[in-house]
Design a protein. Structure first.
Length: 950
RNA sequence: GGGCCUAUAGCUCAGUUUCGGUUAGAGCGCACGCCUGAUAAGCGUGAGGUCGGUGGUUCAAGUCCACCUAGGCCCA
């Protein structure tokens, strides 16, 4: 009986399922998008004359994607999709970084396992295949995330055209004179006869000799550091600076002694000599050197020692004292033996102080014939001989053995040495590269967040010249010819570019260089400008992979029709201030004079729920695939949108569980809107704001304001603001307020009557607002909603032929309500909140159940009563009660279950069960039920039933 | 060891800039109710915070300064 009238209601109707079943649905949606080419449809729906160029930083084609790469790609996808949704054509050309050591390593391991002996071209082919394999794997993984782009035509740094562009940019640096050949110490394996990159070096403990050596210090200026009486005592004793080293074999290549400018040094009279050592280390040294009767003559800061001329302990040459702030007091003497050809810091000191970068060794680590005492000896052989010679000269103060962490070759496990080698560099100064880059950082690029500016600025400010050469196979060759007779390099820029141009037309790109005979490459009649020789060999170094990716502006942004130089945005993790942002800036400033990007956006790292980095050893690594398998890629996308990615972002089971909850809420809200819009045709049924009641007007305006907030948040890349706004919109604005309020009207009133159509008009605005905000983030769900829209709705939202939500460009009006009207309505909502509070104890007692059971009496000051008496406002509807009465302050008797408001001065609310019978159709309680000619229903419902078509 | 960054309810975020100024906010989750016409839904109420720590400036500090702790990125 009670359900007799259910069929006469307009209840929601939709085929949109409550349960998302993302794991199963997402692959279907991806297929659908591929079939209709949704990416292309999205791009084509945006005008070509308003472009937005996000240039993809290429991930390395090795291994599976991880949460960091997923975060990065999803952020890019949100940027691209939101740009299109706002009407800017943003195309996305994904790329991969293919050359370089990690791949060459893996391939080398395979080759070793298979016991093969391959030449350069064969190795390169294996590397190429390896990169392709992982590129394909990653491409599928990225697509699975719902990321849109030209996946069937990505850029790759190993494609012939790309390699040609890279080599050509090198030619440009050669032309301007910025590129040069120079010396630099690198890790060197004497048994493999090769340079090793940092990644190829393994550290483990080894035993080394540890020796303390005195360097004669016969400098007149030294005596001036002593007070007069001390100088007298020292007058007849020879002076020495004392150093410590664990690599005796580098003593022959010593060029200086380094002191820390701020440490205090003691000048000590002991054993007939005057010694300089760091004061703090003196006690340990006294024991070690058995200085029983020592006397400290003076204490001076390291800076006072600068420029004193010590002498090499066995060669007749100076070894000046220089200053360096890497000197420590952990061990040794506080004075550091400096061999610029054999250590990284030593090298930098050498460059800074104009020392010779001296490293007279061959590829096997044997001293050259020119080296007195040690010619032909390798490191192991030279160590005892150096110690022997120092002992003979009387300069060895102590000798021990020490076990410490020492670098070894990853391949042959032998200890490695530092050796100065010939490398190629791009000068930071020659053409003012450093200064121009710093200017661009300060004036021409927007850094988001703003501290990115300072970070990259200090890196560029302090970096040494860019070493662009690697002694490897898998990369773009450094195009140059080396004179066999005098080791001079020929690298004319135009010639380099002409060789680079050939790579474009070779099926394997720069393999052209490796397979070519030098005769076919060298310019006709080339003569060495230095020695007049004509015997040249090809340079066999390759380029640093950062040079490869750093020239993507040339290979991709300038060339692809989807892009335009300079790019609007580069978007990567904050590690790329040193990496890709850095190399791209130098390459572009160096060859184009302008930065390659207008803005640079960085995101943080993905860390676990406690803020710790993910690592295999801690066992806290979460793979994207795990999350996709459990929750779906959509939840991962929602996570990206929810967190503030400018800082490190946390992920954990709890965080994901919360996001699943949020997802369900958003989905259900959309479902409710769909259900209640099933019979709505915007073209025919929309009601003007001017004809709506105050509730509809307020919420229509509120939705438009929320939309404005979200559109702005997208523009400023504050996606977490979009997320919070969208979620609050669903939870509070819609579910807890508007939807709850207008359910009555939607279900009960005349299907085609103005009151119901007005509510639907607001729902229609809500749905469009949601779809617009969801599409870039919750792409799968937005599309699913779009596909469930009834035809008239879809036609109203998109061009008639739009087959995908990404073809939609909603046109909604700006917010329209005057502030005064908003404020007035909000003061009424504040009373509503108090009414809820008042009803709670009555409900707890069981006197009333749902809100509609209640009858409210509101007593308030006249001013507030005026506000409540708003034209056209049905307070019973707004408060969702069956009866509501207002009364003035002059009433003194207490109200039933009275609540005296703490929040609003003078407000009292009484709550009682409403009087009358429950209308079987609308469930309101009314005194006139059954009295309007229909059994069990109120007069309002009787009227509606009367008008129903039979 | 150096440069840059981060720290506000169990979780995700507001509030800090240009102006330091009532009782530090939201949503989720949680607890307790209600509803059964959004139903593996929906509504209501409530309890949760020494604003990482210490010290300083000030009439007044989540907000400004110094130091410390924990964590992250990049270097050494």
């Amino acid at each position: 009986m009670s359900s007799n009238y259910k069929d006469t209601l307009c209840l929601p109707k939709t085929s949109f399922p409550m349960k998302a079943n993302l794991r199963a649905k997402e692959p279907e949606m991806l297929e659908f998008w591929a079939r209709i080419n949704a990416y292309e449809a999205m791009v084509q729906a945006s005008p070509a004359d308003s472009r937005y160029v996000l240039h993809d930083g290429p991930p390395y084609a090795n291994g599976h994607i991880h949460l960091g790469t997923a975060l990065n790609k999803i952020l890019k996808d949100i940027v691209v999709k939101s740009a299109n949704m706002r009407g800017q054509r943003a195309e996305y050309v994904p790329g991969w970084d293919c050359h370089g050591l990690p791949i060459e390593h893996k391939v080398a391991q395979e080759i070793k396992k298979e016991k093969l002996d391959l030449n350069t071209l064969q190795i390169r082919q294996r590397c190429r295949e390896y990169a392709e394999t992982y590129l394909d794997i990653q491409r599928e993984e990225f697509k699975r995330l719902g990321v849109f782009g030209v996946w069937d035509d990505p850029y790759m740094t190993m494609k012939p055209a790309y390699e040609s562009a890279t080599a050509s940019e090198l030619g440009e640096f050669m032309s301007t004179g910025s590129a040069y050949r120079g010396k630099k110490p690198v890790h060197w394996c004497c048994s493999c006869k090769t340079a090793l990159a940092e990644a190829e070096v393994e550290y483990y403990d080894a035993s080394s000799p540890s020796i303390f050596v005195r360097f004669p210090l016969p400098d007149e200026k030294f005596a001036k550091l002593l007070p007069p009486e001390a100088a007298e005592k020292a007058a007849n004793a020879p002076a020495y600076a004392v150093i410590w080293t664990t690599t005796p074999w580098t003593i022959p290549d010593n060029m200086a002694v380094a002191a820390h400018p701020e440490f205090e040094y003691s000048i000590v009279l002991a054993g007939g000599g005057v010694y300089v050592v760091a004061s703090q280390l003196l006690p340990t040294l006294v024991d070690r050197f058995h200085w029983a009767d020592r006397e400290v003559l003076a204490e001076v800061p390291g800076s006072a020692l600068e420029g004193l001329e010590a002498r090499h302990p066995f060669y007749d040459r100076p070894s000046p004292i220089v200053l360096a702030d890497y000197v420590t007091l952990d061990a040794g003497t506080g004075l550091v033996h400096t061999a610029p050809g054999h250590g990284r810091e030593d090298f930098e000191t050498g460059v800074r102080c104009g020392l010779d970068i001296y490293s007279p060794m061959d590829d096997e680590g044997r001293f050259l014939p020119s080296v007195e005492h040690f010619a032909g000896m390798n490191v192991t052989e030279a160590n005892p001989e150096v110690i022997k010679l120092l002992t003979e000269k009387g300069h060895l103060l102590a000798q021990e053995k020490i076990s410490h962490s020492y670098p070894h070759c990853w391949r042959c496990k032998q200890p490695v040495i530092f050796r100065a080698t010939t490398q190629w560099f791009i000068s930071m100064e020659t053409n003012g590269l450093r200064k121009r880059a710093l200017d661009a950082i300060n004036n021409e690029v927007r850094w988001i967040p703003s501290w990115g500016r300072e970070r990259i600025h200090s890196m560029i400010e302090n970096r040494p010249d860019w070493c662009i050469s690697r002694q490897r196979n898998w990369g773009v060759p450094i195009i140059a010819l080396i004179c066999k007779d005098c080791d001079t390099a020929y690298h004319d820029g135009e010639w380099v570019k002409s060789v680079a141009a050939r790579f474009k037309d070779h099926p394997l790109g720069c393999d052209a260089w490796f397979e070519a005979d030098v005769k076919d490459i060298m310019p006709e009649g080339l003569v060495c400008p230095k020695c007049g020789g004509t015997n040249f060999v090809k340079e066999d170094d390759i380029l640093d992979v950062w040079f490869d990716s750093g020239t993507s502006f040339s290979a991709v942004v300038e060339q692809r029709p989807e892009c335009a130089f300079p790019a609007d945005l580069y978007l990567e993790g904050s590690d790329q201030h040193r990496g890709w942002f850095h190399s791209s800036l130098l390459a572009s400033i160096g060859t184009r004079g302008v930065p390659p990007y207008r803005a640079v956006l960085t995101h943080g790292y993905v860390v676990d729920g406690e803020g710790r980095k993910m690592s295999k050893s801690i066992g806290n690594v979460i793979a994207p695939q795990q999350i996709i398998d459990k929750h779906g890629a959509e939840i991962l996308r929602l996570w990206v949108s929810a967190v503030n990615y400018q800082e490190d972002v946390r992920i954990s089971d709890e965080i994901l569980t919360r996001l699943v909850d949020a997802y369900r809420r958003i989905r259900n809200t959309a479902r409710f809107l769909l259900g209640n819009l099933a019979d709505f045709d915007p073209a025919a049924d929309c009601v003007d704001f001017g004809e709506m009641n105050p509730i509809d007007r307020y919420y229509a305006d509120l939705l438009l304001r929320r939309r404005e907030t979200m559109v702005n948040a997208f523009s400023s890349f504050e996606f977490h603001k979009v997320h919070h706004t969208l979620h609050n919109l669903c939870v509070t604005d819609l579910s807890a307020f508007y939807l709850d309020i207008v359910k009555d009207r939607l279900y009960v009133e005349d299907r085609d009557g103005a009151p119901r159509r007005a509510a639907q008009t607001v729902l229609w605005i809500a749905l469009q607002t949601m779809l617009e905000a969801m599409a870039p983030i919750l792409s799968f769900t937005a599309e699913e909603i779009f596909q469930h829209l009834a035809d008239p709705l879809r036609a109203a939202m998109a061009a008639a032929d739009a087959a995908t939500v990404f073809g939609v460009r909603p046109s909604l009006p700006a917010p329209f309500l005057e502030k005064a009207e908003r404020d007035r309505f909000e003061s009424i909502l504040a009373v509503r909140a108090e009414a809820n509070r008042a009803a709670e104890p009555v409900r707890k007692r069981g006197d009333v159940g749902k809100s509609l059971d209640c009858s409210l009496t509101i007593q308030a000051p006249e001013e507030l009563l005026d506000a409540l008496r708003m034209d056209g406002l049905d307070l019973e509807e707004l408060f969702i009660v069956s009866k509501l009465e207002l009364r003035g302050q002059d009433h003194k008797e207490a109200l039933p279950n009275e609540l005296v408001s703490d929040e609003i001065e003078g407000l009292r609310i009484g709550v009682a069960p409403a009087v009358g019978d429950k209308c079987e159709r609308c469930w309101r309680i009314d005194e006139h039920v059954g009295k309007a000619g229909r059994e069990g229903v109120c007069p309002r419902c009787a009227g509606v039933l009367e008008r129903l078509p039979s």
